[in-house]
Design a binder for this molecule. Structure first.
Ligand code: NAD
Length: 339
């Protein structure tokens, strides 16, 4: 029996998660919810996803816009085993009562405070912690990128200290009212919220992060300085450790990928839906080693990196896969992240 999944909130993250669920062999998408008619609501109908009306939305507004709706979210929740809440920051928490009343397992996103769930989650880092849980929070895009990389380096070398500067995209491409357009904005909070968020997954990780917002929509870029516990033999060995892990893309010098625009062109060239890049992106030339001190850049595609993690969270909570490797293997094959 496939696990029945509802997606509440069909925006940047929700529409990607809905598509990903519909591609999994062991899951069934029972519906998606929006609050008002839009081109995205139309997309749901075109894809054959049952469309429900959530929040303060009104069924008659959808019908007036020519959109066939299956009902309200209360009806959608009755049909599901798990709900993925992809509503805007802090809105997800308002749905806790409804999810509990419908006896739903619920997945929240990084815009919610950690205490919305029993555990914060990343598949490479702490899959087992989510096994059997009723409420799980998939950490934000930047934190997902950080904890994936921590997972690889910690396992192989141990991590004594992690410092990262996050150069953050100002807005998603669809966010027409956000900026800055012509400024570099330092975040006056030390550490930035990303370090404590990473510690929701690795409580004993000595990490500090700072953040700067820049006028781009394409991706975030992390500048990492890591003090490893054991010295790697070479940069090549570190690069191999990342390459051998799921969900990492490491470009070679000869690829001539100079920055984030070409990363996303690479994704488009390879037919990725929406031009998404769900892997952490590193460059061989962007890794430097000095004894136990490791420096590396990584780029993070904010709109899509958490999508495979939502899928693995569903498997962990419902027992569809016995461990992280088993779940990641199914997810990544279905999403075209591995051959
Ligand atoms: P979004 O604004 O693009 O989409 C949210 C969707 O939810 C919209 O379609 C909106 O109409 C709908 N919605 C609003 N209230 C609702 C309600 N009460 N019931 C049902 N639907 C409702 O937001 P997003 O960028 O997809 O972010 C969703 C969550 O994912 C947030 O917690 C955010 O922090 C997190 N996240 C976002 C990104 C990103 O870069 N966009 C990356 C990682 C995590």
């Amino acid at each position: 029996m496939p696990v029945r999944v509802a997606v509440n909130g069909f925006g940047t993250i929700g529409k990607r998660v809905a598509d990903a669920v519909s591609k999994q062999p062991d899951m069934q998408l029972v519906g998606v919810a929006k609050t008002r008619p839009s081109f995205e609501a139309q997309l749901a109908v075109e894809r054959g996803y049952p469309l429900y009306v959530g929040g303060e939305g009104r069924v008659e507004d959808f019908r007036a816009a020519g959109l066939a709706v299956a009902g309200t979210t209360d009806e959608m929740f009755q049909k599901a085993d798990v709900v993925v809440d992809a509503t805007p920051d802090k809105v997800g928490r308002q749905h806790l009562g409804k999810y509990d009343a419908a006896k739903l397992r619920a997945i929240f996103q990084g815009g919610e405070a950690p205490d919305v769930a029993e555990v914060s989650f990343n598949a490479l880092a702490n899959y087992d912690a989510a096994v059997g849980k009723r409420r799980v929070r998939v950490v934000s895009c930047n934190t997902t990128g950080i904890v994936r990389a921590v997972s690889v380096l910690r396992r192989q070398y141990g991590v004594d200290r992690w410092d990262a500067t996050l150069i953050r995209r100002a807005a998603d491409p669809t966010e027409v009212h956000k900026g800055p357009v012509n400024a570099i904005l330092p975040t006056f909070r030390f550490p930035s919220h990303h370090a404590p968020d990473a510690q929701t997954i690795f409580p004993d990780l000595p990490i500090s992060t700072t953040a700067v917002v820049v006028p781009t929509t394409l991706m975030h870029l992390h500048v990492n300085h890591v003090k490893l516990h054991r010295p790697p033999a070479s940069v090549a060995e570190v690069v191999a450790a990342f390459r051998e892990s799921p969900r990492f893309q490491v470009f070679r010098s000869t690829d001539h990928v100079e920055g984030t625009p070409q990363v996303l062109e690479f994704a488009r060239d390879h037919g990725a839906a929406r031009g998404d890049m769900m892997k952490n992106v590193l460059w061989e030339d962007g890794v430097h080693l000095s004894g136990t001190e490791l420096f590396f850049f990584q780029a993070i595609h904010q709109e899509s990196i958490v999508v495979p993690e939502n899928i693995d969270a569903i498997r962990a909570m419902t027992g569809l896969a016995p461990n992280a490797n088993a779940s990641i293997a199914v997810t990544d094959l279905a999403l075209g992240l591995r051959p």
